[in-house]
Write a new protein. Structure first.
Length: 213
């Protein structure tokens, strides 16, 4: 049996060895226990660096990918952040340690309710969770300093580009759902949008409308 301290050390070592080097991101990931976000059969694998199945046929992302995406987003303590694709709520909990306020949306009510229950239980008070089709963004809360999309779109959705502040950053996996996608960072300037291609990734697709559960 490995001790909790050893498990944590291995978890952080895996993150570092895969390129997560930002001290604030590593600190946030050390503080957020992935265990409660993984339920049932796979709970015992929560501290391994791999994606795992969650309810509604979705997945909790691989921790090193969560770290790399968070790092690419360059979140500051003043930021208002939108996450599209709450899933388990793990990524949102990490963002909540780094940002002023986090809004997160998922198309499955069940995932939204489960994530909200974990945030409440852990006294994380700066996250608001909505059931909605996040490809339209959240017009009532816009604009955002940072937007993180954790499902793959064929193109960065127009409403999300429009809801990004000038100087804002969006990180989004782009590509067909059955192929390897590219993680893209979009930076909005006074004059337009700049696109950087960061790395290949694999995410579940960004789908239209609400889920059934
Ligand atoms: N960030 C999550 C992992 C997300 S998996 C975590 O930390 O666990 C991708 C999620 O995106 C799924 O839960 C899926 O339901 C959601 N999703 C897909 N299309 C969506 C849409 N149009 N609007 C909101 N959520 C969407």
């Amino acid at each position: 049996m490995t001790s909790e301290a050893e498990r944590k050390m291995q978890f952080l070592f895996a993150l570092r060895s895969r390129g997560v080097t930002d001290a604030r991101v590593l600190d946030a990931m050390e503080k957020v226990d992935r265990g409660p976000f993984v339920k049932g059969l796979f709970a015992e694998r929560a501290y391994e660096d791999m994606p795992l199945p969650i309810a509604c046929g979705q997945t909790i992302s691989q921790p090193s990918v969560v770290g790399l995406m968070t790092q690419a987003l360059k979140v500051t303590p003043r930021d208002k952040v939108l996450e599209v694709g709450t899933g388990s709520g793990y990524q949102a909990a990490i963002l909540a340690h780094l940002a002023r306020r986090v809004y997160t949306v998922d198309r499955y009510k069940r995932l939204v309710n489960e994530a909200r229950a974990i945030f409440d239980a852990q006294d994380i008070t700066n996250i608001t969770v909505f059931t909605a089709d996040g490809s339209h963004g959240l017009p009532d809360q816009a604009p955002f300093d940072r937007i993180l999309v954790t499902a793959a779109a064929e193109d960065p959705p127009g409403p999300l580009l429009a809801q990004l502040k000038i100087g804002g950053i969006m990180v989004v996996p782009v590509g067909q759902s059955d192929a390897v996608q590219s993680l893209i960072r979009v930076t909005r300037s006074e004059t337009g949008y700049e696109y950087d291609e960061l790395r290949p990734v694999r995410f579940v697709p960004l789908l239209e409308g609400l889920g059934k559960e």
